[in-house]
Design a protein around this ligand. Sequence first.
Ligand code: SF4
Ligand code: SF4
Ligand code: SF4
Length: 454
Amino acid sequence: METKVSVISVKTFAPPKGCRGEDGPDFKGNFRKGELRGIIRINKEKCVGCDTCTKFCPVDAIRGSLGVAHKIVDDACLACGQCLIACPFGAIEQMSFVDEVMKALDDKTKFVVAHPSPADRVSLAEEFGGKPGDISTDQMMNALERAGFAVYDVNQSADQTIWEEGTELVKRIRYWILNDRSPDVAMMAHHPLPQFTSCCPAWVRNMEGNYAGWVPHISTTKSPIQMGGTMAKAWAAERVWKKDPASVYVVAVAPCTAKIYEASRPEFHQAYDYLVKTGRIPASTPVFPDIDAVLTVRDIAEVFRRKGINPLHMPKKRERTTMEVYTGAGTIFGASGGVMEAALRTAYKALSGEELKNPDILGVRGRDQAVVEATIPIPVKALGGKVFNLRVCVVNGARQGLPAVMHKLSQNRDAYHFIEVMNCPGGCVNGGGQPVQSMGTAWLKPALPLPLHA
Ligand code: SF4
Ligand code: SF4
Ligand code: SF4
């Protein structure tokens, strides 16, 4: 008999009115003007003070005595939603842009693009009574098109992220290990090793707030979603869709609630800057962000429900468009170790001049380990084939693995050359925007003692 997956519905609330960009919230606490705060909140009427959420928060941002309604300290919160998926009483709520996106879909002046992440397609079926993986990528894209979106797969922009991030790692190695002082690596004087990954916005906010001394070490590469927002408006609008970029409205569909925060960061209107600078749009055009709205997997399921679409019933095949072409590197971003593995393939080829014989570097996958360490021997062409041992580390869940790794680095900055940090245990497949299971995250084997899910 087929087992049906039942998920718990999560209460949402609308964002503050006119909450983006120049009209966004004022500078408050450690949030800059325009940045969204309070994306995850506890409903004090529903909270019984059971304390479960505090055991899952990676930064101890939740306050409250046992038996008393708890509260999230916004300045400390990373918006990762790990508390939300762990709360056994459904007392934690998420800011949602579903209403805004529904309005945009009805607005004939807008060309609305859905930008779905690698991990979405694994979990979407659970919202419709299916098992993980029951909905194929093609079915998900067909459902998005039926709802009125054009589609642009994040797997494609994840490939671009990997080119950037792998190239940056190679440049840092050339500057700091191989003492190369060529002009193309000169800027790496300001970007030392080890290099940290930058695709997880909860980790980026965690670093900025709690490990600020390490900021020069974080990759300058944008996350796949932000890379995609810029590409959509600065390139695809003109070259692929033949649309006015100011009319393109990009909706990131993410397994993640921290992406809602990331999209509101005031630096992310780079397509606008480029388009004005190159004279493609007049300077009088009001500033628009690279990503206009972020929906979680739960949110996009709600859009489908409102439109009467069940992705499980969509055709299983489709002709993929220009914006849906990608490699396996982009695909594995959704799992812990995936970013590392993909970047290592690029770095290995660039330094050795050869493709890896076995491109699956499974030794760096997080699986159920909070911290994974590995050494990758690379025969460096510039050194006549002399082997450089690249020391890498994968942090699989910030609460479980990060404190030990940061402590180790504080003792020895050279412990690793490259470190992947994903806030959520298992990576984005277990993100705070995914369908919520009654099991929560209790199946994991944590490095720190965590209580069983209540
Ligand atoms: S897990 Fe839920 S019910 Fe328990 S303290 Fe946290 S918010 Fe309240
Ligand atoms: S959203 Fe994440 S960082 Fe914020 S309180 Fe919840 S678990 Fe902690
Ligand atoms: S691990 Fe993935 S889902 Fe979790 S906060 Fe980071 S980007 Fe979001």
